[in-house]
Write a protein that binds this ligand. Structure first.
Ligand SMILES: NC(=O)C[C@H](N)C(=O)O
Length: 351
């Protein structure tokens, strides 16, 4: 039996609806992840099957939600988030966009694995047309673990999705009592419950069912973004190559041969490209493949010095502070609209 999701007083879906009939309606959309995971023993915090508990069960196991919102749930897919791909991200974004168009829906919560949450949430932040709250909930411990973190993270997500304060703030993540923006969030640790960090800190907290915001993101999102999920059915291929001492051109050439439209280089330090890679990357660019310089460090804006003059000369693009996975998605979205290198460059300071 699931420890964390087996509640002492099981709540039926109907009870939840009845108790909360005059509350805002929040739709919880399940996609899998550890929040839907189950292990054999309560001390298995790392060994467990991911994406096995249905979202209806996850919701029913937190009866406290009934005091906050009229909660409906639906399962859009059920995977460990390592297996998320562009097709699933697009499917989810379209569904969230559709659900939020309903007048009777105040907000959406997405339950998702932590591995690629920062990518999916960023994509929705760029493409879903709404000012209503979209809040991702996840966990680092499976539902069966001692001190499972999923139930409180879900509660905080529903509280945030029901709140007027969260409207117009773009896609949010509630994890470990904090509210983060999808734009900034990065998973930084393999197992700890405070794995998610934003380089500029959280936007706020959720404390005992109260939402406290302290700041907003300065970058465009959701309703003010130029990207609209209703017009996007597939993304052009964009790949990431990771730089390390001694890396050669093999991966870059292989991506080009596979038909990629852009390669994001997760470069060393300030998005640096090693001397031995300059010529191969200039050659790849001359074949029409875009080259994007990002950093493997995980945070920081690229220093806008002499290397930017080289970018102009070589036709390369430099990110602002986007990590390589986020730069991949932004670049893929950009390529659905334009092939102009300056227009693509401008995206990185706009979003
Ligand atoms: N904590 C988690 O959710 C990790 C899991 N492997 C996932 O991303 O689906």
């Amino acid at each position: 039996m699931l420890a964390a999701f087996a509640c002492a007083h099981p709540v039926q879906a109907g009870d939840v609806a009845a108790a909360a009939s005059n509350k805002p309606t929040v739709v919880v959309i399940g996609t899998g992840g550890t929040i839907a995971g189950a292990g054999k023993s309560s001390t298995d915090t790392s060994t467990y099957a991911t994406a096995t508990v249905g979202v209806d069960k996850i919701v029913q196991a937190v009866p406290e939600l009934a005091a906050v919102a009229n909660v409906r749930s639906e399962q859009v897919f059920q995977v460990g988030s390592k297996s998320i791909n562009d097709d699933l991200i697009i499917k989810l974004a379209k569904r969230v966009n559709e659900v939020l168009k309903r007048d009777d829906v105040a907000g959406v919560v997405v339950t998702h694995g932590t591995d690629t949450l920062e990518e999916t949430a960023y994509f929705l932040n760029l493409t879903v047309k709404t000012t209503k709250p979209i809040v991702f909930a996840a966990s680092m411990r499976p539902s069966t673990a001692l001190s499972a973190d999923g139930p409180l993270n879900l509660f905080d997500a529903v509280v945030t999705a029901s709140s007027a304060e969260a409207a117009g703030k773009g896609v949010l993540i509630t994890m470990n009592d904090e509210i983060h923006t999808a734009r900034d969030i990065v998973k930084t640790n393999t197992f700890k419950t405070d794995t998610f960090r934003s380089p500029y800190g959280p936007l706020g907290y959720v404390v005992e069912g109260k939402v406290l915001f302290y700041r907003n993101t300065a970058r465009r999102h959701t309703r003010d973004s130029e990207f609209d999920i209703e017009t996007i059915d597939r993304l052009p291929r964009v790949d990431i190559a990771y730089s390390y001492s001694s890396s050669d051109a093999a991966a870059y050439n292989a991506f080009a041969a596979a038909g990629t439209k852009a390669i994001v280089n997760a470069g060393t330090g300030n998005g640096n490209v090693s001397d031995s890679l300059v010529e191969p990357l200039v050659a790849i660019r001359s074949r029409g493949v875009f080259v994007v310089r990002a950093s493997r460090t995980g945070s920081g804006t690229l220093y806008r010095g002499p290397s930017f003059k080289d970018d102009d000369k070589r036709g390369w693009i430099a990110v602002d502070d986007q990590t390589a996975p986020k730069a991949r998605l932004l670049m893929a979205l950009g390529l659905t609209k334009t092939q102009d290198v300056d227009a693509l460059r401008a995206l990185f300071t706009r979003y």
